[in-house]
Write a new protein. Sequence first.
Length: 210
Amino acid sequence: MRILAVNPAAPWDDKLAEAIEVLAGGGIVALATETVYGLAVDASNPTALRRVNRLKDKAEGTPILLLLADRRQAEQVSDDLPPTFDPLVERFWPGPLTLVVRASSGVPREVTGGRQTVAVRVPGLALPRQLAAGLGRPISVVSANLTGQPPCRTAGQVARAFPEGLEMILDGGPTPGGASSTILDLCRTPPQVLREGLLPLAALRPFLQE
Protein backbone atom coordinates (compact mmCIF):
# COMPACT_ATOMS: atom_id res chain seq x y z
CA MET A 1 0.00 0.00 0.00
CA ARG A 2 1.45 3.35 -1.06
CA ILE A 3 0.65 6.58 0.81
CA LEU A 4 0.98 9.87 -1.08
CA ALA A 5 0.50 13.29 0.49
CA VAL A 6 -1.78 15.52 -1.58
CA ASN A 7 -3.53 18.84 -1.33
CA PRO A 8 -7.17 17.74 -1.95
CA ALA A 9 -8.14 21.26 -3.03
CA ALA A 10 -5.32 21.49 -5.60
CA PRO A 11 -3.64 18.10 -6.15
CA TRP A 12 -0.46 17.91 -8.21
CA ASP A 13 -0.73 16.22 -11.59
CA ASP A 14 2.00 13.65 -10.87
CA LYS A 15 0.17 12.38 -7.78
CA LEU A 16 -3.07 12.23 -9.74
CA ALA A 17 -1.43 10.28 -12.55
CA GLU A 18 -0.28 7.55 -10.16
CA ALA A 19 -3.72 7.29 -8.55
CA ILE A 20 -5.48 7.23 -11.93
CA GLU A 21 -3.20 4.39 -13.04
CA VAL A 22 -4.22 2.42 -9.93
CA LEU A 23 -7.92 3.02 -10.59
CA ALA A 24 -7.61 2.09 -14.26
CA GLY A 25 -5.94 -1.17 -13.23
CA GLY A 26 -8.82 -2.15 -10.95
CA GLY A 27 -7.20 -0.99 -7.73
CA ILE A 28 -8.70 0.72 -4.68
CA VAL A 29 -7.63 4.25 -3.75
CA ALA A 30 -8.53 5.82 -0.40
CA LEU A 31 -8.94 9.59 -0.57
CA ALA A 32 -10.15 12.57 1.40
CA THR A 33 -13.61 13.86 0.56
CA GLU A 34 -15.42 16.96 1.85
CA THR A 35 -16.47 15.10 5.01
CA VAL A 36 -14.60 11.80 5.61
CA TYR A 37 -12.22 9.47 3.78
CA GLY A 38 -13.65 7.31 1.04
CA LEU A 39 -12.64 4.21 -0.92
CA ALA A 40 -12.70 4.85 -4.65
CA VAL A 41 -12.69 2.47 -7.62
CA ASP A 42 -13.44 2.68 -11.32
CA ALA A 43 -17.24 2.69 -11.44
CA SER A 44 -17.26 0.73 -14.72
CA ASN A 45 -15.24 -2.19 -13.31
CA PRO A 46 -17.48 -4.85 -11.67
CA THR A 47 -14.49 -6.75 -10.28
CA ALA A 48 -13.15 -3.64 -8.53
CA LEU A 49 -16.63 -2.82 -7.23
CA ARG A 50 -16.98 -6.30 -5.73
CA ARG A 51 -13.50 -6.00 -4.21
CA VAL A 52 -14.31 -2.79 -2.38
CA ASN A 53 -17.62 -4.21 -1.12
CA ARG A 54 -15.85 -7.27 0.28
CA LEU A 55 -13.10 -5.13 1.81
CA LYS A 56 -15.65 -2.93 3.54
CA ASP A 57 -17.84 -5.91 4.47
CA LYS A 58 -20.67 -4.12 2.72
CA ALA A 59 -23.87 -6.01 1.97
CA GLU A 60 -24.53 -6.79 -1.67
CA GLY A 61 -27.60 -5.19 -3.16
CA THR A 62 -26.95 -1.73 -1.76
CA PRO A 63 -26.30 1.05 -4.30
CA ILE A 64 -23.03 2.98 -4.53
CA LEU A 65 -22.70 6.72 -5.13
CA LEU A 66 -20.82 7.87 -8.22
CA LEU A 67 -18.66 10.98 -8.20
CA LEU A 68 -18.30 12.77 -11.54
CA ALA A 69 -15.81 15.17 -13.03
CA ASP A 70 -18.58 17.30 -14.51
CA ARG A 71 -22.14 17.23 -15.81
CA ARG A 72 -21.11 15.52 -19.06
CA GLN A 73 -20.08 12.36 -17.22
CA ALA A 74 -23.69 11.91 -16.08
CA GLU A 75 -24.48 10.98 -19.67
CA GLN A 76 -22.12 8.00 -19.37
CA VAL A 77 -24.37 6.40 -16.76
CA SER A 78 -27.84 7.70 -17.69
CA ASP A 79 -29.51 8.15 -21.06
CA ASP A 80 -32.73 9.48 -19.51
CA LEU A 81 -31.91 12.70 -17.67
CA PRO A 82 -35.14 14.50 -16.74
CA PRO A 83 -35.87 18.18 -17.49
CA THR A 84 -35.24 19.10 -13.85
CA PHE A 85 -31.68 17.77 -14.02
CA ASP A 86 -29.90 20.66 -15.72
CA PRO A 87 -31.44 23.49 -13.65
CA LEU A 88 -30.38 21.70 -10.46
CA VAL A 89 -26.90 21.00 -11.81
CA GLU A 90 -26.40 24.60 -12.88
CA ARG A 91 -27.42 25.82 -9.44
CA PHE A 92 -25.84 23.30 -7.08
CA TRP A 93 -22.90 21.51 -8.78
CA PRO A 94 -20.13 21.24 -7.80
CA GLY A 95 -21.57 20.81 -4.34
CA PRO A 96 -23.34 18.65 -1.75
CA LEU A 97 -26.32 17.54 -3.86
CA THR A 98 -26.66 13.92 -5.00
CA LEU A 99 -29.19 13.31 -7.77
CA VAL A 100 -30.87 9.96 -8.39
CA VAL A 101 -31.59 9.36 -12.09
CA ARG A 102 -32.44 6.44 -14.37
CA ALA A 103 -29.41 4.21 -14.94
CA SER A 104 -28.40 3.21 -18.42
CA SER A 105 -28.15 -0.51 -19.19
CA GLY A 106 -24.35 -0.47 -19.04
CA VAL A 107 -24.10 0.58 -15.39
CA PRO A 108 -22.85 -2.39 -13.34
CA ARG A 109 -25.30 -4.05 -10.97
CA GLU A 110 -22.76 -3.49 -8.21
CA VAL A 111 -23.38 0.27 -8.59
CA THR A 112 -27.18 0.18 -8.83
CA GLY A 113 -27.72 -2.55 -6.25
CA GLY A 114 -30.05 -4.20 -8.74
CA ARG A 115 -32.22 -1.11 -9.06
CA GLN A 116 -32.83 0.84 -12.26
CA THR A 117 -31.42 4.05 -10.83
CA VAL A 118 -28.01 5.55 -10.13
CA ALA A 119 -26.97 8.29 -7.70
CA VAL A 120 -24.52 10.88 -9.06
CA ARG A 121 -22.77 14.01 -7.79
CA VAL A 122 -20.07 16.44 -8.85
CA PRO A 123 -18.26 17.10 -5.55
CA GLY A 124 -17.06 20.46 -4.39
CA LEU A 125 -13.58 19.13 -3.61
CA ALA A 126 -11.13 19.09 -6.53
CA LEU A 127 -9.42 15.75 -5.78
CA PRO A 128 -12.27 13.34 -6.66
CA ARG A 129 -13.34 15.52 -9.59
CA GLN A 130 -9.88 15.44 -11.09
CA LEU A 131 -9.53 11.69 -10.56
CA ALA A 132 -12.77 11.13 -12.47
CA ALA A 133 -11.61 13.54 -15.17
CA GLY A 134 -8.27 11.81 -15.58
CA LEU A 135 -9.87 8.38 -15.61
CA GLY A 136 -12.36 9.58 -18.20
CA ARG A 137 -15.38 8.15 -16.38
CA PRO A 138 -17.07 8.31 -12.96
CA ILE A 139 -15.53 6.85 -9.84
CA SER A 140 -17.56 5.05 -7.19
CA VAL A 141 -16.87 6.05 -3.61
CA VAL A 142 -17.92 4.39 -0.36
CA SER A 143 -16.98 5.63 3.10
CA ALA A 144 -13.64 4.31 4.39
CA ASN A 145 -14.75 2.15 7.28
CA LEU A 146 -15.82 -1.38 7.97
CA THR A 147 -19.60 -1.58 7.94
CA GLY A 148 -20.92 -0.58 11.35
CA GLN A 149 -17.75 1.29 12.37
CA PRO A 150 -17.23 5.08 12.36
CA PRO A 151 -15.92 6.54 9.08
CA CYS A 152 -12.20 7.31 8.99
CA ARG A 153 -11.27 10.99 9.07
CA THR A 154 -7.48 10.69 8.67
CA ALA A 155 -5.18 8.69 6.42
CA GLY A 156 -3.70 7.00 9.49
CA GLN A 157 -7.13 5.73 10.53
CA VAL A 158 -7.65 4.37 7.01
CA ALA A 159 -4.33 2.51 7.10
CA ARG A 160 -5.17 0.96 10.47
CA ALA A 161 -8.70 -0.01 9.40
CA PHE A 162 -7.47 -1.57 6.15
CA PRO A 163 -3.95 -2.96 6.65
CA GLU A 164 -4.47 -5.03 3.49
CA GLY A 165 -6.51 -4.60 0.33
CA LEU A 166 -5.74 -0.99 -0.60
CA GLU A 167 -3.31 -0.12 -3.36
CA MET A 168 -2.99 3.56 -2.42
CA ILE A 169 -3.98 6.19 0.14
CA LEU A 170 -4.05 9.83 -0.92
CA ASP A 171 -3.33 11.60 2.36
CA GLY A 172 -5.17 14.91 2.22
CA GLY A 173 -4.86 15.60 5.93
CA PRO A 174 -7.70 15.45 8.46
CA THR A 175 -11.24 15.75 7.12
CA PRO A 176 -13.91 17.79 8.92
CA GLY A 177 -16.69 15.21 9.15
CA GLY A 178 -20.16 16.70 9.32
CA ALA A 179 -23.31 16.22 7.30
CA SER A 180 -23.37 14.19 4.11
CA SER A 181 -24.79 15.37 0.80
CA THR A 182 -28.51 15.88 0.33
CA ILE A 183 -30.06 13.18 -1.90
CA LEU A 184 -32.82 14.13 -4.33
CA ASP A 185 -34.67 11.47 -6.34
CA LEU A 186 -35.49 12.81 -9.80
CA CYS A 187 -37.21 9.58 -10.85
CA ARG A 188 -40.32 10.64 -8.94
CA THR A 189 -42.84 13.35 -9.78
CA PRO A 190 -42.43 15.72 -8.08
CA PRO A 191 -38.79 15.05 -7.10
CA GLN A 192 -38.45 13.65 -3.59
CA VAL A 193 -35.78 14.35 -0.97
CA LEU A 194 -34.49 11.00 0.25
CA ARG A 195 -32.00 12.49 2.70
CA GLU A 196 -31.58 16.06 3.88
CA GLY A 197 -27.90 16.74 4.37
CA LEU A 198 -25.60 19.69 4.00
CA LEU A 199 -27.82 21.33 1.38
CA PRO A 200 -30.98 22.47 3.20
CA LEU A 201 -34.44 21.56 1.97
CA ALA A 202 -35.32 25.26 1.68
CA ALA A 203 -32.79 25.67 -1.14
CA LEU A 204 -34.49 22.89 -3.11
CA ARG A 205 -38.13 23.92 -2.64
CA PRO A 206 -38.33 25.87 -5.94
CA PHE A 207 -37.37 22.64 -7.76
CA LEU A 208 -39.83 20.37 -5.93
CA GLN A 209 -43.05 21.64 -7.49
CA GLU A 210 -45.20 19.66 -9.88
